[in-house]
Design a binder for this molecule. Structure first.
Ligand code: ACO
Length: 339
């Protein structure tokens, strides 16, 4: 594990645009009672989730990404052709290749953008911010679009109650640009590949190329050992939050708002307790959206900003964990006034 940030920079990078998008269809816990052997009470008490949004049959990850990206460009007052780079974090790309970021680039008309996808599970968006930040700080690029977008419903085993009640679809996006002060101050990124099989989709890659048998064996669906991920999440979310704040020269008591990956309110509460945080210092929207993987942090961030819960100068922590297993955190002094 390495801490990055607070090194010599040519200039600072900051989030100057934000946007979120959810598909139209809502799937409630009551609806799920009709699909698998579960109950609204079990789902609420064990996870905190009340409902989630589900993409239509023909609706893709790039579709959701497009709508979130358009909103982020609007708030940043940036034209698509001014984007230098697009990073799409996702575990549910439209297809293995071309990258979803290329599809998004074409749809946006971002003809001058370099593009690539980034796969770091639910930590992908924060990983993406760290990459964008390096390109801005070095002076190589001025305008970078970072998107977290998922259609997890497409890789869900709707007969597996251990997983299908947890996840939802959605997208969030951010524009990263240069600023005079503040912005993205430090990052803490890490991974522990030994935990890979506690959260994975085994089919469709070089290990298990798609065959009738892999479909029959349900290898193209999410597999998860929930309690192993739970323990990892509580430990890493609190540690990564503390490390990234300290690296920027502050203490967790200085932070105005923590925006954690939205997977389970029990995970969020346990991490918050370890960090001595009050409820109003932690943003939670999990009940409405479920776990949207790499989209969860940018959706929560856009929503918190839209509600006026983040103001210029506020100290904000974004923190996530996910498949890999991975974790990532970012500390920022909110500054949305691009140069
Ligand atoms: N409805 C009713 N009962 C259920 C359901 C359900 N939907 N799901 C599981 N159960 C049952 C189990 O079968 C088990 O029954 P048993 O005791 O008879 O065997 C019982 O409930 C308890 O199961 P546990 O797994 O012990 O339940 P737990 O309290 O650990 O909660 C949960 C499970 C919600 C999955 C929790 O472990 C969790 O949230 N883990 C983290 C998962 C996560 O965050 N994943 C996403 C990572 S991010 C990414 O990259 C995608």
């Amino acid at each position: 594990m390495k801490l990055i940030g607070m090194v010599n920079k040519m200039r600072n990078a900051s989030i100057t645009g934000w946007g979120k998008y959810l598909p139209d269809n809502i799937l409630t816990n009551k609806d799920l009672e009709e699909i698998v052997d579960t109950s609204d009470d079990w789902i609420r008490s064990r996870t905190g989730i009340k409902q989630r949004y589900i993409a239509d049959d023909g609706e893709t990850t790039s579709d959701l990404a497009y709508h979130a990206a358009r909103k982020a460009l609007k708030t940043a007052d940036l034209k698509a052709e001014e984007i230098d780079m697009i990073i799409v974090a996702t575990v549910t790309p439209d297809m293995p290749f071309p990258a979803t970021s290329c599809i998004l680039e074409d749809r946006l008309g971002a003809d001058n953008a370099a593009t690539f996808d980034l796969e770091a599970g639910c930590s992908g968006f924060v990983y993406g911010l760290s990459v964008a930040s390096q390109f801005i700080e070095s002076g190589m690029y001025d305008n970078i679009l970072v998107v977290g977008a998922e259609t997890l419903s497409k890789i869900m085993d709707w007969e597996d109650r251990n997983t299908c009640v947890l996840f939802g679809d959605g997208a969030g996006a951010a524009v990263v640009q240069a600023v005079d002060k503040g912005g993205l101050m430090s990052f803490d990124l890490g991974s522990d590949g030994s935990g890979g099989e506690s959260l994975y989709m085994p089919g469709g890659g070089s290990l298990n190329p798609a065959t009738e048998k892999t479909v029959e064996d349900k290898l193209h669906y999410i597999k998860m050992a929930g309690n192993q991920v739970f323990k990892f999440a509580v430990k890493r979310m609190s540690q990564a939050s503390r490390d990234v704040v300290n690296k920027a020269g502050f203490g967790t008591e200085d932070v105005d708002l923590f925006i954690p990956h939205q997977a389970n309110t029990r995970i969020i509460n346990s991490a918050a307790k370890r960090l001595d945080l009050n409820n109003d210092e932690v943003y939670v929207n999990l009940p409405e959206y479920g776990n949207t993987s790499s989209a969860s942090v940018p959706i929560a961030m856009a929503e918190a900003r839209e509600k006026g819960l983040i103001k210029n100068g506020d100290k904000v922590v974004l923190v996530a964990f996910g498949a890999g297993l991975t974790w990532a955190s970012a500390f920022l002094e909110w500054n949305e006034e691009g140069k």
